[in-house]
Each structure stands twice: as structure tokens, then as C-alpha cells.
Design a protein around this ligand. Structure first.
Ligand code: SAM
Length: 208
């Protein structure tokens, strides 16, 4: 017999978000991974060393709009907000409603917006927040396990939305994203962070 899923009410979503806030980020991350392993594509949140290394080339004085794809439980969100100008914005986009509800419940900052959606729709999403470009885009997306066609669509949308001189900051556990980036970004700086689970490949694609 076919089963029908009933959409949760706003009250149920609020209660769920409160409960997940009590559970803590690691438990929420594990739950998200169990529900959607190929979309999450990671065993644990990024390490502090990965965060510092990925963000190192950002010119924070010149950044008004910072976008993050796949924030998960927000491992990068606090460090980005700590560095971000008071008049700048951080817009994060994730396809997992559990993560978005968790971020909305736990990060209270007027510069912060957490949006349920796909990175491929970045232009429409930032336009809905009054922005016509991004200065930097950060990605923790598992490009090697995304559905066919989604990776290239995200690469093209990101290149189009970045301002001249902006950069696409990408960390992943394989070189898949870096290979894909080569078709969209003329200059790619390369890095590697061993202290991460698993160690990760870092790429900075510049829109020169
Ligand atoms: C590796 S996890 C993120 C880890 C996290 N940023 C960290 O540093 O710990 C990948 C995330 O990408 C999200 N995701 C997968 N496909 C997506 C898409 N098309 N658009 C936006 N987010 C997506 C998943 O829901 C998951 O939260």
C-alpha cells in the first residue's frame, strides 16, 4: 500500500529545531548524514585548521556579500561572521531542511540568512536578499556525489554571480571539484589540509 507523508506543521518544525539545538551540532550533523549520506558526503564537520586555511586569502574589507553553499551545522558560519564587516552579509544555502532549521534556531545575527534551496539557484536566492553579486562564495559541497549535471550547473552559476576579482573557495575530500572548476575559472590556487577528517583538498578559483 502506498504511504503518504504529511508535511510537518510550523509548530512541529519549531519544536524539532529546539530539540536539535539542544542535541548539539555533531548530533545534528550525524543525523543529517544518516538521512542523506551522498548529499552530505562527509564524516565530520571541518576542522579549525581547515577553516583558517580556506578563509586565509579573503579580503574582508572588500567583502560585502559572502555566500556559503552546504553550511551543514554551520562550522564555517561563526568564523565567517567573526571576520565579516558589520555592514556585510552572510547568505548560506543548503538543501537539507534539518540543517537550515538548526542554523535559523542557533545563529542570531542580523547579517546572517539561512536559505533552504540549491546552490544552483544562487543568483535568484541572493537577488531575493537584495544582492546582485557575491564577493566570495564558499563551498563544502560533495561535488563527486551530486546528481548528474548539478555540479557543472553550480560552477556556471557561481562564476556568473561572482564579482570581478572575487573568488570561489572550495574544500573537498577529492580533486573532483578542482577538476570541474578548471572549466570555469582561469586561475586556481591549490592547497591541502591534512588535519581534517578526512584530509581535504582546497581550491581557490579567482574570477580575474
Ligand atoms: C560536507 S557537508 C558540509 C560540511 C560543512 N560545511 C562543514 O564544514 O562541516 C555538505 C553539505 O552540502 C549540502 N548540499 C548538498 N547538495 C547541495 C546543493 N545542491 N545546494 C546546497 N547545499 C547542498 C548538504 O546538505 C550538506 O549540508
Amino acid at each position: 500500500m502506498a504511504s503518504t507523508r504529511i508535511a510537518p506543521t510550523p509548530l512541529a518544525l519549531r519544536i524539532r529545531a529546539r530539540v536539535t539545538a539542544w542535541l548539539g551540532p555533531l548530533a545534528v550533523f550525524v543525523k543529517g548524514f544518516v538521512q542523506h549520506p551522498t548529499m552530505v558526503g562527509a564524516l565530520a564537520p571541518s576542522s579549525g585548521r581547515t577553516i583558517r586555511r580556506v578563509l586565509a586569502p579573503v579580503d574582508w574589507d572588500a567583502c560585502r556579500v559572502f555566500v556559503e553553499y552546504g553550511p551543514g551545522v554551520g562550522t564555517f558560519c561563526r568564523p565567517v561572521l567573526d571576520r565579516l564587516r558589520r555592514d556585510a552579509r552572510l547568505i548560506v544555502i543548503d538543501t537539507n531542511p534539518l540543517f537550515i532549521a538548526y542554523l535559523q534556531a542557533t545563529i542570531r545575527d542580523p547579517r546572517f540568512s539561512a536559505v533552504l534551496g540549491s546552490a544552483a539557484d544562487v543568483a535568484q536566492i541572493i537577488a531575493a536578499h537584495g544582492a546582485d553579486h557575491a564577493d566570495y562564495v564558499l563551498s563544502g559541497l560533495p561535488f563527486s556525489t551530486l546528481p548528474p549535471g548539478v555540479g557543472p550547473a553550480i560552477m556556471a552559476a557561481t562564476r556568473d554571480v561572482l564579482r570581478q576579482g572575487g573568488a570561489f573557495l572550495v574544500y573537498q575530500y577529492t580533486t573532483c571539484a578542482r577538476q570541474m572548476m578548471a572549466g570555469y575559472f582561469g586561475r586556481i590556487d591549490k592547497g591541502f589540509e591534512p588535519v581534517n577528517l578526512p584530509p581535504c583538498v582546497i581550491s581557490w578559483g579567482w574570477k580575474d
